[in-house]
Design a protein around this ligand. Structure first.
Ligand SMILES: Cc1cc2nc3c(=O)[nH]c(=O)nc-3n(C[C@H](O)[C@H](O)[C@H](O)COP(=O)(O)OP(=O)(O)OC[C@H]3O[C@@H](n4cnc5c(N)ncnc54)[C@H](O)[C@@H]3O)c2cc1C
Length: 415
């Protein structure tokens, strides 16, 4: 048997690429990541930073179709459609809506759950031996409501979470305002879920994971993969400047994965679901816990230097268009409505693309037509949480280790 290490190329250094890379190098492979923008700020950087096991229900749940007009036309609405791009993706959007039935949502939740279940522990395992460990913070989550009746209107999703064993703790108004100083008095009820967590500093977390990968002998090339060419014995990543040969390749390019993976049998339609964040720093609010505002579809996360990241919004039709400045105005307006006395010394804004599959499940595992090609993308709203588990699954698939969950629901050609 040859002593040569198995050579793997990974396309993309978002959380999927890094998680796959660390899992593979720790299993003795010779791993190279090709990333088109090493100091870029992809979805894995700009997200709300939640390691959220309870996020097992998709964005669309039964009745979504009736809520959409309100979301679109309300001045605080979290949903944007960008013209003319959205016209092209109308067939995708209409089909996407058909995944909001109770049966389909239950199917999605059942198969998101194993990817999210132990996210904090999985992240700690991933970060072990690297400086990234310091950025993982455990904390309960608080889901805010104006009153308990509104919470009960969301019972469908909450019952699913209950059925998967999440302990939902009712928090009444007085306790809520003690836990979240500065919160608007409009909010009088919350659900608390213990034992969750978030990433304190997303940029440093990703950077420290990459450093850990390099310390283990991992290589990183800054270039764009423009094609993947399979030969009988190996696989070639053709980049703008080079050609890199390896035994296997992992496509982990987030929303940009589609163009490379179609040729290898991936048939699950993918679209960009653009999101935004506004980060206020040096605020006068000392936020201790991540908060979810279901009305505004906003995740609110503590950040360094008394910072608060307000992340969310959903925009379709915009992979190529510029970020919408109105979205940042809306985030600021929402921040000020939730924390009426908020003041801040600094702010930053970000926008990026969630890789949204039509059925809200990611593509993970081997290509149906080439044994040397693997997929790790399409994680929608839950990619940060699911990254380490996905990386482990990919590594096991490549190394033919069958000791793992059933991958049928994530099959790249399931559509
Ligand atoms: C506003 C917002 C809030 C969110 N909040 C959360 C949250 O709190 N918790 C959670 O779990 N998830 C959250 N998500 C979702 C999560 O961020 C994504 O699912 C996840 O980051 C996707 O990771 P990825 O590695 O697949 O893609 P990305 O992070 O997009 O990384 C893909 C990488 O591939 C590179 N690349 C692309 N094409 C090529 C190419 N051809 N050659 C070389 N490199 C290439 C890109 O430059 C990029 O660095 C949120 C998303 C948004 C937008």
């Amino acid at each position: 048997m040859s002593n040569q290490k198995r050579k793997i190329t990974i396309v993309g250094a978002g959380i999927m690429g890094i998680s796959s890379a660390l899992n593979l190098i720790r299993r003795g492979c010779d791993v190279t990541i090709i990333e088109k923008e090493i100091d870029g700020e992809p979805a894995s950087f700009g997200n709300a930073s939640w390691l959220s096991a309870p996020s097992i229900t998709p964005v669309l749940t039964p009745g979504a179709i009736y809520k959409i007009p309100k979301m679109l036309f309300s001045s605080n609405g979290p949903l944007f459609l960008r013209f003319p791009g959205v016209i092209k993706i109308l067939p995708w959007l209409l089909k996407y809506l058909t995944y909001s039935t109770a049966k389909r949502v239950n199917h999605i939740s059942k198969h998101l759950e194993p990817l999210l279940r132990n996210s904090i522990d999985e992240h700690k395992k991933l970060a072990e031996g690297t400086n990234a460990l310091q950025w993982i913070k455990e904390a309960p989550y608080l889901y805010l409501y104006k009153n308990k009746q509104d919470y009960l209107k969301d019972s469908f999703s909450w019952n699913i979470r209950k059925n998967y064993g999440f302990n939902l703790i009712d928090i009444q108004s007085d306790e809520l305002h003690e836990l979240v100083p500065g919160l608007s008095k409009e909010y009088t009820f919350a659900i608390k879920i213990e034992n969750q967590g978030y990433i304190i500093n997303s940029k440093k977390y990703l950077k420290d994971l990459l450093e850990g990968f390099k310390d283990l002998g991992g290589k990183i090339i800054e270039d764009e993969v423009i094609d993947i060419i399979s030969n009988e014995k190996n696989i070639k990543a053709k980049t703008n400047n080079n050609e890199i040969l390896s035994d296997d390749i992992v496509i982990a390019a987030g929303v940009f994965s589609d163009t490379l993976s179609k040729k290898y049998g991936a048939n699950v339609p993918l679209q960009s679901e653009r999101g935004y964040h506004l980060e206020l720093r040096k605020t006068n609010i000392e936020l201790k816990y991540p908060l979810m505002n279901g009305y505004l579809k906003l995740a609110i996360t503590p950040k360094p230097t008394n910072g608060i990241r307000f992340a969310g919004l959903v925009e379709f039709g915009s992979l190529k268009s510029k970020p919408n400045p109105k979205a940042y105005d809306l985030l600021l307006k929402n921040a000020e409505s939730m924390f009426p006395g908020i003041s801040y010394g600094e702010k930053s804004e970000w926008s990026g693309h969630r890789p949204a599959t039509i059925d809200s499940l990611p593509l993970i595992g081997k290509s149906p037509i080439d044994e040397k090609v693997f997929f790790a993308y399409g994680h929608h709203h839950i990619g940060l949480t699911a990254g380490p588990k996905t990386g482990e699954i990919v590594a096991k698939s490549i190394l033919r280790d069958n000791n793992q969950i059933d991958l049928t629901p994530y099959k790249p050609n399931r559509y």
